[in-house]
Design a protein around this ligand. Sequence first.
Ligand SMILES: [Zn+2]
Length: 419
Amino acid sequence: MPLINFGRIQAASSEVVRDINRRIVLNLIRTRQPISRADLARVSGLQRSTISLIVEELIAENWVLEGPTGRLPRGRRPTFLRLNDDRVIIGIDIRPTQIMVALADVNGKFSSQEALPTPSTPKIAIEELINRIQGLMRSCRGKKIEGIGITFPGRPNAGHLVFAPNLKWPDVDLCTAIGKATGLEVELENAANACVLAAVWFDHMDSCRDLAVVTVSEGIGTGIWMNGQLVRGRNGMAGEFGHVPLDPDGPPCSCGSRGCWEVYASNRAALRYYHESISDSAGLSFADLLSRADQSDMRAVQAIERMAHYLGRGMRMIVAGLAPERILIVGDLTRSWQRFGPIVESEVHARVLASGCAPSLVPVHEDGMARLRGTVALVLQKHFGAALELADGISGQPGRGRRVDSAGVSVVSNVQAKK
Ligand SMILES: [Zn+2]
């Protein structure tokens, strides 16, 4: 029987209790809006008086608005509550060739998006981004900007870009420079991890406790959600399956190694296969290659099929190592998933271990929005609670999860105690 070290246990203070309940109520409003106070009490298991206190506080802080009045056969008509969409977030998605700067409200609805070519140095990029952000700040006077979320194809550590081989930028502190110039808090996250947050936050995949996201673009990124939480690893470097060498004698990779998975299975790989088969193909983009395949250019079809084979083969590493329930695929390839998806699936399913289960592969048809939606979740999770709390406590099942009653007594129901 495990021993409990009581010396290391701290009782929850009343502030912690209040904070947990507040996050639970805020999340219930977010996921179930419009919702009445009575329904909040019923779904959360909290007392009506506790709900009233928290809701009044959230209204006073402009997080929540009172909406339309509902209809009931008899009795008092309930007033519905919803999130205040005058609270906004600036989202930035940095890619090797293009940067997107966007403005979204707390519900993930985007009101503006603009694209700019990715500058060659981070210094120029920071100056350009500060200009665009200040422009957005001027355009949304009267609204409360919650912060800035940035995603990029690499790994962050303490606000720095520490590993971004496809961006070809050195280690740079993006957050401090942008935060100082704008007065806003800046959150930085790997693009695939941001896609994980978007799936959990906006697509209600919080019931899936083990999933992976594979982003397929210039390189290959992987975000891992295991046991209901994001896996970061030492120095935030977990998930670099794209840089596991499949053939140490293979073509050179941007990371300095050779024959990495992404050298064979990224958009760039498909373009290389195509260039090898036809000389007159300079300046072609992956979107052009997909269009050529649609127009029955058999060399384009074969190039993408080869990429799809390698994509599936590499995913076997994720399946064998992590046993996810689902793998979400983000990238231009999903536009032609009906044609090329079965190749990826057959490769993944061909080598599942005897006692293992093949995950379902889910293409995310998002037109480049998954990363930007992830930036919104990245900023908001500070107020709404960590994703783990969401998955465990706010799964949408009445009475399930952790809640704290008005007397400050912690209650855990139907949830396994965390280790
Ligand atoms: Zn590599």
